[in-house]
Write a protein that binds this ligand. Structure first.
Ligand code: DGL
Length: 272
């Protein structure tokens, strides 16, 4: 494996950029490729077997381009296929569930943790199990929030409609007096402002971007795969259906992520 090879991140859409942001800022000299599978979005309402197949096909494609490390920047695909992917492919593959769980259990003081994610992730029970394994005393309040994904993709990051939906989804978690809310979907950090307004300033919002970046560093260091170039790494952004990209998202997402540019090209892995 060549240490100049790229790091690849993928998600069903623009959600995984919340992880890409942290990885890009931690590794300015690495070449980093982002892929959003907007042709198949949302993943959260699809059967796990189908999501796993998409994930394998995406990983296969980028291994042909010699990715040195793959980040599944999507909780739904991580729940559906991280373990199977780690068995099947030789390259290091990581996902956001473990680092988020670790951080949430460290952050809570009253041991009441809320976790919000897609239906696929919540129904898999992966967060509920992982949180309880990490800390036997925690009470976990899980809530699927599928409507958040199209709202984020449409750039509705701060709207009244988004706030009303958040109030509806989070009412029972607020009632239970959670002190920590784990964002178990990479689309949700974009809603940080609205979520804070709904759950209250004092509730810890946890999402694992930084944790993932540190995990990437550990892996690359231990395998002597850190790029030693002093020149700025390439950044490439692809999505499988460009028609699904909203101009409003690009404007607000770019600000949120603090990216100077956010130019996507279409890459349909499934055509031809
Ligand atoms: N961003 C994804 C996640 O972290 C999935 C959103 C979706 O396509 O349903 O779960």
């Amino acid at each position: 494996m060549d240490k100049n090879n790229p790091i690849v991140l993928f998600d069903s859409g623009v959600g995984g950029l919340t992880i890409a942001k942290e990885v890009m800022s931690e590794f300015p000299n690495e070449d980093i490729i982002y892929f959003g599978d907007t042709a198949h979005l949302p993943y959260g309402s699809r059967p796990q077997t189908e999501v796993r197949r998409f994930a394998f096909e995406i990983i296969d494609y980028f291994l042909k381009l010699e990715a040195k490390l793959v980040i599944i920047a999507c909780n739904t695909a991580t729940a559906a296929g991280l373990k199977a992917a780690q068995k099947r492919f030789e390259v290091p593959i990581i996902g956001p569930i473990k680092p988020g769980v670790r951080e949430a259990t460290l952050a809570t003081t009253n041991n009441k943790i809320g976790v919000i994610a897609t239906e696929g992730t919540i129904e898999s029970g992966v967060y509920q199990r992982a949180l309880q394994t990490q800390s036997a005393n925690v009470e976990v309040y899980a809530q699927a929030c599928p409507k958040f994904i199209p709202l984020v993709e449409a750039g509705e990051l701060y709207s009244q409609k988004t706030k009303q939906i958040a109030q509806y989804y989070l009412a029972s978690l607020v009632k239970e007096e959670i002190d920590t809310l784990l964002l178990g979907c990479t689309h949700f950090p974009y809603l940080r402002k609205v979520l804070k307004e709904v759950v209250g300033e004092s509730v810890n919002l946890i999402y694992p971007g930084r944790g993932i970046a540190l995990q990437v560093r550990d892996i690359l260091e231990s395998k002597a795969l850190l790029n030693s170039n002093q020149i700025k790494g390439k950044r490439e952004f692809y999505i499988s259906n460009l028609d699904k990209l909203s101009a409003k998202f690009v404007k607000l997402g770019k600000e949120f992520l603090n990216f100077k540019e956010l130019n996507f090209k279409e890459l349909d892995l499934w055509s031809g």
